[in-house]
Design a binder for this molecule. Structure first.
Ligand code: MTE
Length: 320
């Protein structure tokens, strides 16, 4: 868990310099936003963040960057050298050391199952880079650490809608590439490969659900799930499946990799919940990577205003 001992695999000087540029740009934008908001009195943003949240359909105009605005953004070096990507080994520094072997061009994603327009597409046709939006989200790992990551990408719902899911599509299943020659960790039976994750369709369609294609203003590094990974900020990090090649609309709840590996410890929902301990440890607190002070873990990772409605009437101790 100690980032300080890590060597800085895969990080060139130019990448570090670019982090400074990114931070300077962020500061500039924050200052202009502040003065803009002061001038206008009440901006769209403050209306959305400060007032009672509205249903997801009316999130248009919500500034997703501000959802973690008070948090210090984790350094690029930590985000790209302290990873979980078991396809490249179970050590935190294995992905940064070995993920360069993954070939991400060409990259085809197949969409199938309960939808009217199944098909395959190349990831590069998804959205031109200038349409990618930035979202700063907290990522809380089930192991008890967290980061604040400036993702770049596209919202998940509009992409799914392009394939016209039918009324039978109750869940969405995601699969990672299976290519043991490029992903040496797949030669060991640590998990039942390929890595599989899933969401209920309304969770997938929630405006917070996001597909990341980059971070810190750059294309996604392989160790973070290039070329395309899911980001579901109110759930434990393992729901955020990396290097996706298959998406399918399903009638039944998918059996995900971690549920298959240890059903007593990992549930399908895996919403961040400080009230429900992992079988072997508490989930009440977390260590922010790069900081020593521990943080209280927040219900739904702090995104409850936007997602709690999805679970109304459900016993979250049972459906963990
Ligand atoms: N996706 C795949 N395919 N394989 C993995 O091992 N690990 C998950 C998730 N997505 C994993 C994965 C876990 S446990 C976490 S905490 C996050 O990725 C970590 O994302 P990061 O390395 O970008 O911080």
């Amino acid at each position: 868990m100690h980032v300080h001992r890590r060597t800085h695999f895969g990080i060139s000087e130019s990448q570090v310099t670019e982090e400074h540029i990114w931070r300077a740009r962020r500061l500039f934008l924050q200052k202009s936003a502040l003065s803009g908001a002061a001038l206008l009195g009440s901006s769209l943003l403050s209306r959305h963040v400060l007032s009672k949240p509205s249903p997801p359909e009316s999130y248009a105009g919500l500034d997703f960057k501000k959802l973690a605005a008070k948090d210090k953004v984790t350094e690029f070096k930590a985000i790209t050298t302290y990873n979980n990507f078991y396809e490249f080994g179970t050590g935190k520094d294995d992905p940064a050391k070995y993920a360069h072997t993954l070939k991400t061009t060409p990259w085809t994603i197949e969409v199938s199952g309960a939808c009217h327009k199944p098909g395959t597409f190349d990831v590069r046709t998804l959205a031109p880079k200038k349409q990618w939006e930035e979202r700063i989200y907290r990522l809380r790992c089930v192991e008890g650490w967290s980061m604040v990551i400036p993702w770049l990408g596209i919202p998940l719902a509009p992409l799914l809608k392009r394939f016209e899911p039918t009324g039978n599509a109750k869940f969405v299943q995601f699969e990672t590439l299976y290519r043991p020659n490029e992903m040496p960790g797949q030669k060991r039976a640590v998990l039942d490969w390929p890595y599989v994750e899933g969401l209920r369709i309304d969770e997938a369609m929630n405006p917070l659900s996001f597909l990341a294609l980059g971070l810190y203003g750059k294309t996604l590094p392989n160790q973070n799930g290039a070329p395309l990974r899911l980001v579901v900020p109110w759930k434990y990090g393992f729901k955020s499946i990396k290097s996706i090649v298959r998406i399918s609309f399903a009638e039944k709840m998918p059996i995900t990799s971690w549920v298959k590996a240890s059903p007593k410890e990992y549930g399908f929902y895996s919403n961040v919940n400080p009230q429900v301990p992992h079988r072997r440890w508490s989930q009440k607190r977390e260590r922010r990577i790069g900081e020593f002070r521990k943080h209280e873990t927040l219900m739904f990772n702090g995104y409850g205003d936007y997602v709690a409605d999805l679970y109304q009437g459900m016993d979250l101790k049972k459906y963990f």
